[in-house]
Write a protein that binds this ligand. Structure first.
Ligand code: ATP
Ligand code: MG
Length: 593
């Protein structure tokens, strides 16, 4: 099968999809339920986009459901700002693609009693089918009551105990594979202490609830891991209700269970946690089916750092303008830069799912972005570094309108008019006084075609006292326009231009890669490898139609790059982001080196 980024398979195939197919065929599940479980302690990045596209993609392909679940068990690091941003990013990424597979919370449905022991009832919320519409998040914190009951159930079964060792001692004992002095506490004492932990009788760190598994297990995660810890901290969803919070491993598998997740898909670092995931579900003797965890390799990208902790440093140290700085690999940054959800999905959905860590070339992402923008972007003329051209053989008040194609890739996009006058701007780089061989643009005495317009000849170069070129005085061949008698005349170069009188100014932000080396964190000093030229700001002269630039549309400035309207743009003060150049300047760079 030959597929490429230009010709992606309709739906990817990989070992996880093979497992899902097998489970359906064998009747192990009749419907598929996945989830994407971010911790709201930072903004989502492009690695998360891979996971979103995998989890929602599987739901989409197999007629299943995918929940967005805030894995909010650590209130000290979390914030509603992150909850909101995650919601916005997921909605944006899956809109029109997988938003019909979104798991929605049951409204007013009575939970289904599933029995318990010692008078405790356990509930599993019946999950409704997917509902089309905006993603509504589930929260692990919605299950805090139920998780607490599960913890009590473990204690009753002699499978969990309250431990009074300090965090440091606990770590030390676990590392050495030693049982602590509180391991064999009686059930009643454990129940009493856990209730008092919950009631707020003890300070942070004084006690923990631990699973009683095997202190000597070769897998350290099974050495009586912590299930609950004391944190006298308010939670962004539950307020001051709780002063004990469940640990990730305890909350995660049970949240999956409560939501009826069939395939709990996560990245490889959780492989070593899987025995604990299974142990907890089995120790509670929960009615089947139980969820199962599968691991895949996380996305790593060249010229990028991909960890919320490191991205947060860039934000907090003002090395970027914020989480949505268009140079950031966050979903919000990528969106603000002008990349469409379709392009990001094309990339994230089709890069492949493997069991082995690898490094994806950022050029693959850039290629997907160019491919998408080439199809959709409206072509426009704009000059980023202008120099004035005066067409001396035209009258002062010359004005005509020329026809220009909006998008050669899309006939539906139609045509527009470009005003053409005696004074124009062209790109400074499109003129050279003493050019090298093969420079096919304008030179003294040389000719060039103006895109959609006439052939001009440079007759005179005007400079200021400092020797800087301020004006090119040119003559125009009036019959060289398309359809004219000399239109067929061969000139090697074509350059873009705008009418000086009609030009609209725009603040244009020219972004480049944020880092200068392929693996910025290889030496642990990623901040040393920031690209000092990752942002340059210029005032561009744009054709007049750009005055009405639409934030929903994408533009290609011919011969230059793709652009999108920035969120800071205002009526009368256009701000544009360069999403990506037309060609990859870094390939040339690499070849030189
Ligand atoms: P980071 O390591 O960047 O801080 P995280 O793993 O702590 O991220 P979570 O919010 O816990 O972030 O991740 C939510 C989900 O996204 C998890 O299932 C995780 O496995 C997945 N995920 C995180 N990073 C990547 C990545 N680079 N590639 C693919 N999936 C990822
Ligand atoms: Mg995590």
């Amino acid at each position: 099968m030959s597929t490429s980024i230009e010709n992606p398979p309709a739906a990817p195939s990989d070992f996880i999809r093979d497992i899902v197919t097998g489970d359906l065929q064998a009747g192990r599940h009749t419907s598929i339920h996945t989830r994407f479980p971010p911790e709201p302690n930072g903004y989502l990045h492009i690695g998360h986009a891979k996971s979103i596209c995998l989890n929602f993609g599987i739901a989409r392909e197999f007629g299943g459901v995918c929940n967005l679940r805030m894995d909010d068990t650590n209130p000290t690091k979390e914030d509603v700002e992150y909850v909101d941003s995650i919601l916005a990013d997921v909605n944006w990424l899956i809109a029109g693609w997988a938003d019909h597979c979104v798991g929605m919370k049951p409204k007013g449905a009575a939970p289904e009693a599933i029995g318990g022991d010692g008078g405790t009832d356990f509930y599993r919320a019946p999950m409704p089918p997917a509902c089309a519409g905006a993603v509504e998040p589930f929260y692990a914190s919605d299950y805090f009551d139920q998780l607490c009951e599960y913890a009590v159930r473990l204690i009753r079964r002699g499978k969990a105990y309250v431990c009074d060792m300090s965090p440091e001692e606990t770590d030390e004992y676990r590392r050495r594979g030693k049982a602590g002095p509180f391991r064999d506490r009686g059930i009643e004492e454990n129940l009493d202490l856990f209730a008092r932990m919950k009631n707020g009788e003890f300070p942070d760190g004084a006690r923990t609830l631990r699973a009683k598994i095997d202190v000597e297990a070769p897998n350290v995660w099974l050495r009586d891991p912590l299930l609950y810890r004391i944190r006298h901290t308010e939670h962004h969803q539950t307020g001051a209700k709780w002063c004990i919070y469940p640990m990730y491993d305890f909350a995660h598998c049970l949240s999956d269970y409560i939501e009826g997740i069939t395939h709990s898909i996560c990245t490889l670092e959780f492989e070593v946690h899987r025995p604990l995931y299974d142990w907890i579900l089995q120790a509670l003797d929960l009615p089947r089916p139980l969820p199962h965890q599968f691991e895949f390799a996380r996305l790593n990208l060249t010229y990028t750092v991909m960890s919320k902790r490191k991205l947060m440093q860039l934000v907090n140290e003002n090395l970027v303008s914020g989480w949505d700085d268009p140079r950031m690999p966050t979903i919000s940054g990528i969106r603000r830069r002008g990349v469409t959800a379709a392009a990001l999905r094309d990339f994230a959905y089709h890069i492949g799912i493997t069991k082995y860590d690898g490094l994806t070339d950022v050029a693959v992402l850039e290629h997907a972005i160019r491919n998408d923008l080439n199809r959709r972007a409206l072509r426009r003329l704009a000059v980023l570094h202008p120099v004035k051209v005066v067409l001396t053989n035209l009258p002062e008040d010359h004005f005509e309108e020329l026809d220009a194609v909006n998008n050669p890739e899309d006939p539906q996009a139609g045509m527009r008019k470009l005003p053409f006058t005696r004074e124009l701007f062209i790109e400074t780089d499109d003129f050279m006084e003493t050019p090298p061989p093969k420079f096919f643009r304008l030179r003294p005495g040389g000719e060039v075609r103006l895109k959609y317009a006439y052939i001009i000849k440079c007759e005179e170069v005007v400079k200021d006292e400092s020797g800087r070129i301020v004006e090119l005085r040119c003559s125009v061949d009036p019959d060289s326009k398309s359809g004219g008698s000399t239109a067929g005349r061969k000139v090697k170069g074509t350059v873009h231009w705008v009418s000086a009188r009609h030009a609209v100014d725009a603040e244009v932000r020219l972004y480049d890669r944020l880092f200068t080396v392929p693996e910025p964190d290889a030496d642990g000093e990623f901040k040393k490898h920031l690209n000092p030229s990752s942002l340059a700001v210029v005032t561009a002269k744009c054709e007049p139609s750009m005055a009405k630039a639409d934030p929903e549309l994408r533009y290609q400035f011919e011969r230059l790059a793709y652009f999108a309207v920035d969120k800071e743009s205002l009526p009368g003060k256009l701000v544009l982001n360069r999403t990506i150049t037309l060609k990859d300047p870094w390939t040339k760079e690499a070849k030189k080196g």
